[in-house]
Design a protein around this ligand. Structure first.
Ligand code: ATP
Ligand code: MG
Length: 398
């Protein structure tokens, strides 16, 4: 077959299988609609593309040849997709299918198996008969190939749709999880470090819409530190393709100065983080988030012991803190950061509000009573806190 005639009957497309397949009924409908809208949004600037949604899969057609790889890499990052498949759409004619396989199957393979799924039950052959016929064709035309039903080198998958056959040989794992936004809205405390962006990506994967809060202390922290946070968020959302989140930037300098007057410096981080949490709680309640989140991981630093977490969280009233990295090792976190391409941004050397003002010996077991007593010593702190939440939180879309 000439290249030209093949091009007219075969279309290279992207075939998507959903994740979390245990979903049923109304939940599944909601899942599919949400995922469909997310895919549409992510691919909005590829004008030719058509997306067909079905009960258990989605097909992306009319992809310009030069854009195929780019579209594929975007789809791989969209939460809620279990498998992303390089597929071929062929008119529903077994002769065309045969012609396609003749030009496509590689000589190197030794064993094969045909997998048929008949989505359109009105097709005259059932999947067993279809597989048998197609298997017969392959055996006849490829003398080097034999059938192996257990561990074939080559899997020939054919799905019979209403308007076409979809053929594919391999499937690539997608992001998995749930479609963005389906599980609620979370406010992520993001620093310029390695952990919080990774934590945010895990929450996005679980279907949360994530907005961000960062604390800055100018002039002790630089504009670059702020821009670093913006870059991290852009990387997480594939430059706004997946979502356009809000970033709250809280100028923490006045509180930081006041906190530096406490008489027991080993509590400085504890008190600072209690104010981080109070401010986050204020936003969670006024902006109606379902939860807040951090990149904390147990035992990494003084502020990340159970005692610290208890003393810090005790400022919260009916607000849950999600800590997706709680049990992760640093090495695992770094591997994830590399995978989602945030690592190289995170290691840029611009200190954030947390890394300034670190006492020589931070306490690892702060008591709540002591923390409360130390806060009482700070005469101006309530007033400053009110001013910060009233005037020192800017917001922007990233
Ligand atoms: P990260 O790599 O995310 O900075 P870390 O291991 O350095 O984490 P800490 O600096 O103790 O740990 O911070 C723990 C968590 O507190 C962070 O993951 C983040 O959620 C939050 N946090 C720390 N500093 C800031 C900041 N300047 N602005 C907003 N949140 C912060
Ligand atoms: Mg940090």
């Amino acid at each position: 077959m000439t290249k030209r005639s093949r091009a007219t009957i075969v279309e290279k497309l992207i075939y998507i299988k959903y994740g979390e397949l245990t979903l049923k009924g109304k939940n599944r409908r909601e899942f599919v609609t949400c995922l469909y809208n997310n895919v549409k949004k992510a691919l909005a600037d590829f004008k030719t593309i058509k997306i067909i949604r079905q009960f258990d899969s989605m097909t992306i057609c009319h992809i310009a040849k030069t854009k195929y790889d780019k579209v594929f890499s975007i789809v791989k990052a969209i939460p809620g997709i279990a498998y992303v498949i390089e597929g071929y759409g062929i008119g529903r004619d077994e002769n065309k299918l045969h012609a396609f396989l003749k030009t496509t199957i590689e000589n190197k393979k030794q064993t094969f198996k045909v997998f048929t799924k008949r989505s359109d039950k009105s097709y005259p052959l059932d999947s067993m008969q279809f597989s048998r016929n197609l298997g017969g064709f392959v055996l006849k035309n490829f003398k080097n190939l034999s059938v192996d039903i257990h561990k074939p080198d080559l899997k020939i998958n054919v799905e019979i749709k209403e308007d076409k056959f979809i053929v594919y040989f391999n499937k690539v794992k997608g992001c998995g999880g749930f479609p963005l936004g389906i599980n609620g809205r979370v406010l992520m405390l993001i620093s310029g470090g390695i952990d919080s962006p990774v934590a945010a990506s895990l929450l996005m994967k679980k279907g949360f819409h994530v907005d961000f809060l960062t604390f800055v202390s100018p002039p002790h922290t630089s504009k670059e530190a702020e821009n670093k946070v913006r870059s991290l968020i852009k990387q997480l959302t594939l430059d706004g393709r997946l979502e356009k989140p809000l970033l709250y930037i809280c100028k923490f300098t006045d509180l930081q100065h006041e906190i530096s007057h406490i008489t027991n410096h080993s509590y400085q981080i504890t008190i600072m983080r209690r104010y981080f949490f109070r401010i986050a709680q204020h936003l969670v309640k006024t902006q109606h988030y379902d939860a807040m989140a951090t990149g904390e991981s147990l035992g990494q630093v003084a502020s990340q012991t159970i005692e610290s977490m208890t003393t810090i969280s005790s400022v919260l009233d009916n607000v849950v803190v999600l800590r997706p990295l709680l049990t992760y090792d640093k090495i695992e976190i770094i591997q994830l950061a590399e995978k989602i391409n945030t690592y190289n941004i995170s290691i840029l050397p611009y200190p954030d509000a947390c890394s300034m003002f670190v006492p020589a010996n931070p306490t690892t077991k702060p008591s709540l009573a002591k923390a409360e007593a130390l806060e009482k010593e700070l005469m101006l702190i309530d007033e400053i806190y009110k001013r910060v939440i009233g005037k020192h939180i800017k917001r922007e879309f990233v």
